[in-house]
Design a protein around this ligand. Sequence first.
Ligand code: HEM
Ligand SMILES: *[C@@H]1O[C@H](CO)[C@@H](O)[C@H](O)[C@H]1NC(C)=O
Ligand SMILES: *[C@@H]1O[C@H](CO)[C@@H](O)[C@H](O)[C@H]1NC(C)=O
Ligand SMILES: *[C@@H]1O[C@H](CO)[C@@H](O)[C@H](O)[C@H]1NC(C)=O
Ligand SMILES: *[C@@H]1O[C@H](CO)[C@@H](O)[C@H](O)[C@H]1NC(C)=O
Ligand SMILES: CC(=O)N[C@H]1CO[C@H](CO)[C@@H](O)[C@@H]1O
Length: 418
Amino acid sequence: MKAVFAISSLVGLSAGWAFVAEQPGVDHYLLKRQQTPAPGQPGGADTCPFNPDHKDAVPVNDKFPYNYAKNGLPGRGLGGYLVPAIGDEDHKYIAPKSTDIRGPCPGLNAAANHGFIARDGITKYTELIDAVQNAYNMGYDLANFLAAISIYIADGDLVTSKLSIGCDATTRTSVNPALTGSQPGLDGHNKFEADTSLTRNDYFLGNGDNFSFNGTLFGQMVNTTGGYFDAYGMAKVRYNRYVDSRTRNPQFSFGPLAIFTHGAASFVYEMFPSGTEDYRPTLANTAAFFGAKKERDGSWSHIPERIPDNWTTRATPYTFLDVAAQTFKLYTQYPVGFGGNVNGQFVGLDFPPYIKGGNFTGTGPSDFACLFYQLIAGPIPSSLNGIVTPTVEALAAALKAIDGPQWENLGCKIPVTK
Ligand code: HEM
Ligand SMILES: *[C@@H]1O[C@H](CO)[C@@H](O)[C@H](O)[C@H]1NC(C)=O
Ligand SMILES: *[C@@H]1O[C@H](CO)[C@@H](O)[C@H](O)[C@H]1NC(C)=O
Ligand SMILES: *[C@@H]1O[C@H](CO)[C@@H](O)[C@H](O)[C@H]1NC(C)=O
Ligand SMILES: *[C@@H]1O[C@H](CO)[C@@H](O)[C@H](O)[C@H]1NC(C)=O
Ligand SMILES: CC(=O)N[C@H]1CO[C@H](CO)[C@@H](O)[C@@H]1O
């Protein structure tokens, strides 16, 4: 009986962690999709830019305070200011050099091009949390959650707390590459980077390039939304991207973590719009953040991401619960199945109690909040330490980082054990 329990709880768990290693008795067909690029492939260590001259981002100061977020602590959360501030040379736009790393997140790429993140694209926990608060007025809780999940669990180093915002830069992020193994950075597929991204190819369909901007996909997004990227247009875009991947990608995988792609879609209309345009998600503004440049023939090419001129942040912080609410809003317009393609057939997965047979069973935004939380907080038996990634230490570090009273009133169906 005990053994059966152990195995079934592991199955539920591994459905959440697309990157659980092979375990006897575990139905792992959907779990092995995490891919490490082979030598020479995009995203891998040998093709990753190397900048020998790493300089940390310049912190905000009394003259140019932004949100006054420093040292990984909560800032003021008072938005509506110009970014970059007039006269702030440290945070002006500079195009990345060929030795600088950029990746799948337009928000972080733009932050690096403006020096809120180290310009070489190798950042660390505290710098990342400061950067998104100061540059975008992202809420501390959300900033912390995203930083924790990306650095501690998915793609970075537990000891140095360093993260590459793109390809594998293990030699610079890891405390000891021989011990930690490779740290794929944010490009790492099916860790935090997922299929069905707005403007990035699926890993499989793109021959392993899942992080470069794809102008055709941006063009589709423009067409679908009519160039006005609100919650209704973006819900349609998410749905189209899902259907396209599920239809064409034999390796299609949409696990619980993939719902973050819905969350990221909300950033387009919640984080990018400018107060100087009444917070309307316009084409010119959105294109600047994505680094999308319209060519004469109507196609979209890529230039470095930048914060548009005369741009002001959202007024109130964009919080974790805001993302859960927007994820719910996007998802419920076009509910889609969780799971993956196996031998030409879509197979739904279970992630109790929020996903059953591929169906999301939640009834409100807090269920998405709880699902997000459970992705970090789901207990992993310590006997599996070293077999599963993330390790128990990684989960513990992430849980510690995001822990706080904000979770207590959510009423999640599975209480989180601390
Ligand atoms: C700690 C903070 C952040 C982390 C770790 C992070 C990480 C990521 C990652 C890994 C992706 C790729 C997901 C996928 O496969 O689709 C992504 C996508 C995205 N992120 Fe971020 N991000 C952060 C903050 C931000 C901010 C502040 C913004 C906006 C100001 C932003 C906007 C976006 C958008 C729009 C996408 C979707 C891109 C696309 O699908 O083409 N992110 N982010
Ligand atoms: C961009 O996406 C389109 C649509 O999925 C695809 O046909 C095309 O091959 C992609 N382009 C590149 C350069 O990957
Ligand atoms: C967007 O619509 C225009 C006009 O109908 C069309 O020419 C173009 O090919 C479309 N772009 C994409 C990427 O579908
Ligand atoms: C910046 O935005 C403000 C407010 O909309 C506007 O009055 C001003 O003309 C803009 N300045 C520039 C240089 O675009
Ligand atoms: C979800 O539920 C519906 C019935 O409401 C069912 O037909 C479907 O197969 C389920 N699974 C997925 C992955 O959609
Ligand atoms: C199909 C596709 O997207 N191929 C691209 C894979 O990535 C490499 C390097 O980033 C490109 O050169 C290919 O065109």
